[in-house]
Design a protein around this ligand. Structure first.
Ligand SMILES: [Zn+2]
Length: 394
């Protein structure tokens, strides 16, 4: 069985009927297809919306064209003029729900990584980001989702035919926990609505070793992880170094997801998961959100030098990662979407057929051609992450 699955992964083709979702899962996934649209609802498990608003100075209530035009002479970031995320495009792509981050690193004075000079500054930065989310709620653009009742009523609204602009739901997560420099800060964050935490980001951090680094969790990281479990937040295992990943899963028995992670078998770097790590996440009933960052999609991408055309990069490559996880699981229940599509890169580092976040819908026909059923696609687009949230927030 395992060998058969591996062979199927190599030709990137799923035999129709190989994956069977239980009837109840399939029905609940189907029921979340938008009533007004033939496009399935999209749950994006990783967007850095407030970082874009507050650090890239993007007004996400505007059109992509407007945002890009404002940036045409700016050179301070590699993705200037290349962004693909804004609220109108999220709605056009039926992206009714996402996980939106707070993110702020703190670094010591010898570090070459960008970051705040103290953890208290990092905390304050996240509070500014939170203030922007709350402002977007007041403007009717976003809706804060922190519990099951809120989730269900939000989904019901997105299933009804639209009367005007619908607020996009967001669940708050923290990418890298440098700003939670005492357990009391985590308690405060939980109280205002934080529901998922990733302990590390790139390099060494307060809580342990992240992407590009090696080593276990720090003593403080272990202490904070126990608090994450006590409060019932979801642990986001994206960006943990291999050793910190092992350390965290050995110590944590709460719910786990990987908000934006791909497969190392298809893009060799410790930013992605090995097959053994993916199997472990499957055993933990986790869901892995696949990301559209080129550097995470193919072997050999050279940061800031390669171009999508060099690899003929398209959403087919993203489907390869989805397929790989499904083949390891033997079912479709452990993969979702976590685009990271505004994570400090834009069209210069993305599949060429992704000109807007709304184009994530093109993944549906690609998966259908590979033998995924309509119910499978609905599960991948939203059903698997919703099932996890419903389990956690019962
Ligand atoms: Zn990230």
């Amino acid at each position: 069985m395992a060998r058969e699955l591996k062979q199927a992964a190599q030709v990137f083709c799923v035999t129709p009927g190989r994956f069977r979702v239980r009837a109840s899962d399939a029905m609940s996934a189907m029921s979340e297809l938008s009533a007004e649209s033939s496009q399935p609802l999209v749950f994006d498990c990783h967007l850095d919306l407030s970082m874009n608003a507050m650090e890239w100075n993007r007004d996400l209530t505007r059109s992509l064209e407007y945002i890009r035009r404002r940036e045409q002479h700016q050179r301070d970031q590699p993705d200037r003029g290349n962004g693909i995320v804004c609220f109108p495009e999220m709605r056009r792509g039926n992206m009714g729900l996402c996980v939106a981050t707070q993110i702020a690193r703190s670094v010591n004075r010898f570090s070459r990584m960008p970051g705040w000079s103290s953890a208290s500054q990092a905390w304050a930065q996240t509070q500014g980001q939170l203030a922007w989310y709350r402002e977007m709620e007041a403007a009717g653009e976003l809706r804060f989702i922190t519990d099951k009742a809120g989730l269900e009523s939000h989904l019901a609204e997105w299933q009804r035919p639209s009367v005007g602009r619908k607020p996009i739901g967001y669940i708050l997560s923290l990418e890298g926990a440098d700003s939670l420099y005492t357990p009391a800060h985590l308690e405060r964050a939980y109280a205002y609505g934080l529901r998922a935490v990733g302990l590390t980001h790139y390099g060494p951090g307060l809580c342990g070793a992240g992407t590009d680094d090696e080593g276990p969790l720090s003593a403080y990281g272990r202490e904070l992880l126990a608090e994450v479990e006590r409060l019932g937040l979801i642990l986001d295992v994206t960006h943990l170094s291999d050793e910190s990943f092992r350390d965290a899963l050995d110590r944590f028995s709460g719910p786990v997801w990987a908000s934006h992670s791909n497969c190392r078998a298809l893009a060799d770097w410790n930013r992605q998961f090995t097959d053994d790590q993916i199997r472990e996440l499957i055993r933990r009933d986790a869901v892995i959100g696949v990301a559209v960052d080129a550097i995470m999609m193919v072997h050999g991408w050279r940061h800031l030098r390669s171009k999508p055309a060099d690899f003929d990069l398209s959403l087919e490559h993203l489907a390869n990662h989805i397929d790989h996880i499904c083949q390891l699981a033997g079912n479709i229940r452990h993969v979702g979407i976590g685009t990271d599509a505004d994570g400090g890169f834009g069209t210069e580092q993305m599949p060429a057929d992704l000109g807007s976040i709304a184009d994530i819908q093109k993944l549906g026909p690609i998966l259908a051609r590979r033998g995924y059923s309509k119910a499978d696609i609905a599960a991948i687009f939203h059903g698997n992450f919703l099932a996890l949230l419903r389990r956690v927030w019962k």
